[in-house]
Design a binder for this molecule. Structure first.
Ligand SMILES: [Zn+2]
Length: 431
């Protein structure tokens, strides 16, 4: 993983989108969870920024009682949402392997060849599209961050540096481009104008083409209390019920869905044009039925989620307070975006965590946004020998405990905050 400075300036106005549901336009009247005020979660601070004013925005998550889209208002205007960083997907080896398998499978399933075109929206550094090249499938990426797009082009992955929507889709079609396959991995949540994005997809897609979208599944987020995965750059959180409605608005339909373990539990949905010949698989009806059974089509289910987050906050603080009362030392492991939602919501600063560590050298010497916890290299744990290590990227806990088993030498214990506070003795841990 690597992070570099890049400024992303969005080219559209926020004015028309701050009213009503981002998908269906209904008035938003219900809160899923209010996580208070929080700074942008990837805004890691340099030492000289610690004395400066820091921007805070609400993390009040709303849910639409018409289409059940869980959403944040666009609190940060498009002009101010420019990332100080860009995530280079190719630095995650497991993600690249996941992508390679996808390319091979979908090429066979769709019968893609030299006359096809595979387009990825938010194609990053070409981590995925590169795997189509040896398969002889022409590719085109669309990526707004110029520095990551450059890395893709250097790999031989043709990339347009732009934001995707109706405007760009029309421009592409005007140049004779139509897609047999459109891929959107973890981009849907970050699109401010959802309808413009999906309408663009429908324009660019060939009549018998296929769309695949991957996104974190709100069912898992709610069932496993993953409230910390909510942050400002994720505007929308989807169930299959909501995606079904979204597709229908744009003349598309769902034909298949797979559940993936990525990002705490994701869905990969397959969509085609309403009038195309692709048959709908049973997987769709099965998951829609399960979501309905789990109450994702009822407001009462959403209304109860806020209490789970509040309960988690009290339990985590109760644990940390009692550990400090006993004179124990505590540090963090990891400085992921989601860690910052958790730390700010619970107000956990250096009064509890002496420091945190991260494997990403970009973050070393910086401080977490809001709570200002110093971030050090991983071996700082070996020097400090803390009693407890709070794992912030809990989705990687198995991997981290394996790598850090040696802390058992001084009887250190791991603490996993989500879905509920769990203390793990590494000498007894079997995943
Ligand atoms: Zn709605």
């Amino acid at each position: 993983m690597n992070i570099q400075a890049v400024e992303i300036v969005r080219d559209h106005s926020a004015a028309s989108r701050n009213v009503g549901c981002r998908l269906c336009g209904s008035r938003l009247r219900h809160t899923l969870v209010d996580l208070g005020m929080s700074p942008p979660c990837e805004r890691f601070l340099q030492p000289d920024q610690l004395d400066q004013m820091e921007p805070y925005y609400p993390l009040n998550v709303l849910v639409c009682d018409t289409c059940y889209l869980v959403q944040l208002k666009e609190y940060m205007s498009p002009e101010t949402i420019f990332s100080e960083y860009a995530y280079f997907s190719s630095f995650s080896t497991s993600w690249v392997a996941h992508s390679k398998l996808y390319c091979e499978t979908i090429t066979g399933r769709l019968g893609l060849g030299p006359d096809s075109l595979a387009v990825e929206l938010a194609s990053n550094d070409g981590y995925l599209l590169q795997h189509f090249l040896p398969l002889g499938v022409p590719v085109l990426g669309v990526e707004p961050a110029a520095n990551v797009a450059r890395a893709a082009i250097e790999k031989g992955v043709a990339t347009w540096v732009d934001f995707f929507g109706v405007r760009l889709a029309n421009q592409m079609v005007g140049e004779g481009l139509r897609a047999d396959l459109i891929i959107g991995n973890n981009v849907l949540a970050q699109v401010p104008d959802l309808n413009d994005f999906v309408a663009g997809v429908a324009i660019l897609l060939k009549p018998e083409g296929m769309v695949t979208l991957e996104f974190p599944h709100i069912e898992r987020l709610m069932a496993e209390n993953q409230f910390d995965t909510i942050y400002h750059e994720h505007f929308s959180y989807f169930s299959l019920l909501t995606v079904d409605l979204m597709a229908a608005r744009h003349g598309l339909r769902l034909i298949d869905v797979e559940e993936l373990p990525t990002h705490g539990g994701s869905l990969r949905v397959y969509l085609c044009h309403e009038g195309s010949a692709w048959p709908r698989k049973d997987s769709i009806a099965q998951l829609l039925e399960r979501e309905t059974r789990h109450g994702l089509g009822e407001m009462s289910t959403y209304a109860s989620f806020g209490y789970k987050a509040q309960r988690s906050k009290r339990d985590l603080l109760a644990f940390l307070i009692s550990a400090k009362e006993e004179g124990k030392t505590i540090c963090g492991y990891g400085a992921p975006g989601k860690g910052n939602t958790l730390l700010n919501y619970c107000a956990i600063g250096t009064d509890f965590l002496d420091f945190t560590v991260d494997r990403n050298p970009y973050k070393h010497g910086r401080y977490t946004p809001g709570m200002h916890i110093p971030i050090k290299p991983v071996d700082a744990i070996d020097e400090a020998k803390p009693d407890y290590i709070l794992i912030l990227p809990w989705n990687l806990k198995d991997e981290i405990i394996q790598q850090m088993r040696h802390v058992a030498a001084w009887n250190a214990k791991f603490v996993v905050p989500i879905p509920f506070v769990t203390v793990i003795d590494p000498s007894e841990y079997e995943k």
